[in-house]
Design a protein around this ligand. Sequence first.
Ligand SMILES: Nc1ncnc2c1ncn2[C@@H]1O[C@H](COP(=O)(O)OP(=O)(O)OP(=O)(O)O)[C@@H](O)[C@H]1O
Ligand SMILES: [Mg+2]
Length: 374
Amino acid sequence: MITRLTLVNFKAFPRLELPLGPLTLLTGLNSSGKSSVLQALALLRQSFENARSTGAVAGLLLNGELVELGTARDVLHDDFGPADDLLDSDAPVVGLVIEAGESIRFVALYDSEEPDEDVMQASVSSELPQFLDTPFQYLHADRITPAVTYPRSRQVAIDRGFLGVRGEHTVNYLRHFAEREVPDGPLRHPDAPSPQLLDQTVAWMQELCPGVNLQASAVEGTDFVRLSYGFGGTAGINATRRRRPTNVGFGLTYALPIVVACLSATPESLILLENPEAHLHPKGQSRMAALISAAAATGAQMVVETHSDHVLNGVRLAVKRGALQPDDAVIHFFRGNGSGAEVITPRVDKDGMLAQWPEGFFDEWENSLDQLLD
Ligand SMILES: Nc1ncnc2c1ncn2[C@@H]1O[C@H](COP(=O)(O)OP(=O)(O)OP(=O)(O)O)[C@@H](O)[C@H]1O
Ligand SMILES: [Mg+2]
């Protein structure tokens, strides 16, 4: 597990030291650097996967499958300072330091004569850091929307088990691994008829929309797969009628990659999620937090950006119910404005209570109520 991430001269951060837990919530203002934290982790993964598959010299590959960060000039913090602890010179560097049992430093030199390069030469203090090799998912805030078909890539969804940054390979993954068992433990939904992935996915999706069911199938003669929904009518045409995603609203399809990513988590997985709450009703948001907490409780490392009170409270409830240890939920509140975020980390106790409620940290309910009651 990664226990700490340090960013030096990376985008909004001159220097940021961020403790990470089995479940880390990144909360706070817009443009305060939350996604940049996920991008830093994904950048390392992207860079070293590339180096391994092409045999290229290790460097930070700024544009690729996981993140498109632009050029070295875009990534280097505008007011970059020296990083004496990382480099024995005044040259500008972007540094990413991971604590995962050992401390692994990635130090990328900024070449002021080539500011528009999209690869930054980097030195690494360890041979093949293990966390770059573990099962991995990264779901962006911008995910698949309801569509008639989705891509069918054996290489991505099946051989690599990757859902795609927009979750675009989820339907094919679900189709292929429908019968794979979700291991016994907190991820297993008690109401599902079997431990199989498709049944478990349906049971968790029913938390969002009672009675819904799913089918994922290949479209014969094409490179596409199709998703369809049913709504459990008991009589007449509604009992068997399938509906295409474009006719069932936004939330179910938007949440599907999150559900499948969590249910596919293994104790070694690293899973980065942006806004799992998007397009879900409040109770659904809270249930997504329960699912994410369950994935963390099985041993996966979950790093989750959220703007949702309900996700926060869902995690607090998981702690209160004993599904997650208090120290395993790490909550960060970013309140910078893009010029070097300030991060506050309120601790959760065993009852799910928070030690601190800094101004601006999910206090809008209270602020609005005060004004309404005034
Ligand atoms: N090279 C750079 N130097 C300084 N600041 C930068 C640089 N590149 C990006 N930034 C700043 O980093 C911030 C990026 O924020 P990020 O995308 O991580 O936001 P976020 O907290 O995820 O927001 P949201 O809640 O809207 O998703 C922006 O404020 C941007 O101005
Ligand atoms: Mg963001």
